[in-house]
Design a protein around this ligand. Structure first.
Ligand SMILES: [Zn+2]
Length: 255
């Protein structure tokens, strides 16, 4: 490759004096370079920096690294047990901050229907969890959409991510266990006290959970936390031993 490049530069220098041919030769040269070195792919997350195909750039990798040095956050849910309400909690792991390139990437997947991004984001999520938490899980469950919403979109982004993570971590995935039975309003448009009320009873289980599994619950983003909380509560009430939540990105407002 390099030899070809050097030969061509010499060739072009030799004919540079013939001004009339310059523009034409320049074009040939550029076309030739395009064949030799096709335009590089851009970073899958920021869509700006050139990288090899299906990779992320150093800048994005660095930002992820900085973000991922933070620890998981503890989030409390209340689970009724024998008539009493006991405080319980779940751990939340977010692979990226919900901003800039990381926000754009999940929006491209969700609304731009660029479903191939799930393999990149899912892999980053799995690697992050592997390095961060020495936890053991029996089951991976995606946060579901209502069947109507899923049919409308054509896919459930949380499920696409969960499929990649399940393969990567070698943990079985159970798709139909957690069910979203009714549509809820967009959480961000609601005041805090209305958010939990909005989601109350939104999820149900398709069957009873046996053998008290340790569940890894996957979602795309964590903004107000109300969706995750309601899903965790449904799983704990239904017989899960513990639930850990892993999302692609978390809103940084409350981090
Ligand atoms: Zn990038």
């Amino acid at each position: 490759m390099l030899l070809y490049q050097v030969n061509c530069i010499t060739f072009i220098e030799n004919v540079e004096n013939e001004r009339g041919n310059m523009f034409f030769l320049q074009q040939i040269w550029e076309n030739f370079l395009d064949i030799l070195y096709p335009s590089p792919e851009v970073c899958l997350l920021c869509r700006q920096n050139p990288v090899a195909k299906n990779q992320i750039c150093r800048k994005c990798a660095r930002e992820l690294e900085i973000w991922q040095t933070g620890s998981a956050s503890r989030n409390t849910v209340y689970v009724g047990k024998r008539g009493k309400f006991l405080s319980n909690f779940y751990l939340l792991y977010a692979a990226a901050p919900y901003k800039g390139a990381f926000k754009q990437a999940i929006q491209n997947l969700k609304y731009g229907k660029k479903t191939y991004l799930a393999s990149v984001l899912g892999e980053i999520m799995a690697l992050y969890l592997q390095t961060k938490a020495k936890l053991v899980f029996d089951l991976i469950i995606p946060v579901p959409l209502t069947s109507r919403k899923e049919a409308q979109r054509g896919f459930n982004q949380a499920q696409l991510l969960a499929e990649v993570i399940s393969l990567k971590l070698n943990i079985p995935l159970e798709k139909g266990l957690l069910v979203k039975q009714r549509e809820t309003k967009t959480q961000v448009s609601l005041k805090k006290d209305k958010r939990l009320q909005n989601l109350k009873g939104a999820f149900t289980l398709s069957h009873k959970i046996s053998e008290r599994p340790r569940i890894l619950l996957i979602d795309d983003i964590f903004t107000t936390g109300a969706t995750a909380k309601e899903a965790v509560l449904t799983l704990l009430k239904g017989g899960a031993d513990e639930v850990t939540v892993l999302v692609w990105a978390k809103s940084i407002a409350k981090y």
